[in-house]
Design a protein around this ligand. Structure first.
Ligand SMILES: [Zn+2]
Length: 268
């Protein structure tokens, strides 16, 4: 039995034995759009943008179409494996990904928080207000424009009803203008859930989390594992898998890309 397989068996035992399972998903799961070539209508729309730079604004909306239509591939496989591993447990998942791919597996969205936002809602790109608008209707218009052959130039940029500036997806790509209201309610549920972990057997599983936003998953997870006497902690990451000294007695490191790990071992 190889070393990673041994650690995986240990992880499965810890999950089975745990009262609660806390999962963090990070940078290794970010969508890289490498499969977009499989969608000819999206490729020809992107070519249209190449020719006419006035259509540059449509690129995020075309990427959103890709996220909606691309329902297979390595990320979805990895999420499905993870779901099978924890589906019957009292779990909570926190992710810094904004692509929403995690929603393609059957995770309970009441047990999921996406503090960096996603592509479900639109907001004012200038943040003149904190209002959020469903992204679905405009996405349908984009779909029509590229499938019916009327072309992207038939579309008009969606604008903020309050100030007239363009709308943007409600996620961290808005940088300092990011409207954080979108995830706040779920964040409260997450915080409440975390408060109930003290003195319970918790399995903490950190998957592909790097150091771009360490205060969202990496540091808080280390703290949860450190202060909980009954915690086990698994860190799976291709390059940043080292365990801090404080956690060396209850932490397990796996030096492997977490997406590949779940695809290779998750279904066993
Ligand atoms: Zn506005």
């Amino acid at each position: 039995m190889d070393e990673i397989m041994e650690k995986h068996r240990l992880l499965l035992d810890k999950i089975a034995d745990a009262d609660m399972v806390l999962v963090g998903i990070g940078e290794e799961f970010n969508e890289d759009f490498s499969d977009i070539g499989r969608f000819p209508h999206l490729m020809s729309a992107l070519e249209e943008v190449d020719i006419n730079q006035l259509l540059e604004w449509t690129v995020p909306f075309l990427e959103h179409r890709f996220l909606i239509e691309h329902n297979d591939g390595r990320l979805v496989e990895a999420y499905q494996s993870l779901y099978e591993m924890i589906r019957d447990k009292n779990y909570f998942v926190i992710t810094t990904c904004i692509d929403g791919n995690i929603r393609k597996a059957a995770f309970d969205t009441e047990r999921l928080v996406e503090p960096c936002g996603n592509h479900e809602m639109l907001q004012c790109s200038e943040k003149c207000c904190n209002e959020l608008y469903s992204a679905g209707d405009f996405s349908d218009l984009v779909k029509q424009a590229i499938l019916d052959g009327v072309g992207l130039d038939s579309l008009e940029i969606p604008r903020c009803p309050n100030c007239g500036k363009p709308l943007a997806y409600n996620n961290i790509l808005c940088e300092q203008n990011y409207v954080e209201d979108g995830y706040q309610e779920q964040w409260k549920n997450y915080t409440k859930w975390l408060q109930t972990t003290l003195n319970r057997k918790i399995c903490v599983l950190e998957l592909g989390v790097e150091l771009n936003l360490p205060n969202i998953i990496r540091w808080p997870f280390e703290k949860v594992a450190f202060y909980n006497q009954k915690a086990s902690f698994f860190r799976i990451n291709a390059s940043l898998y080292q365990m801090t000294e404080e956690l060396s007695d209850k932490g397990i490191s796996v030096g492997m890309n977490a997406v590949d790990y779940l695809r290779e071992y998750g279904h066993l």
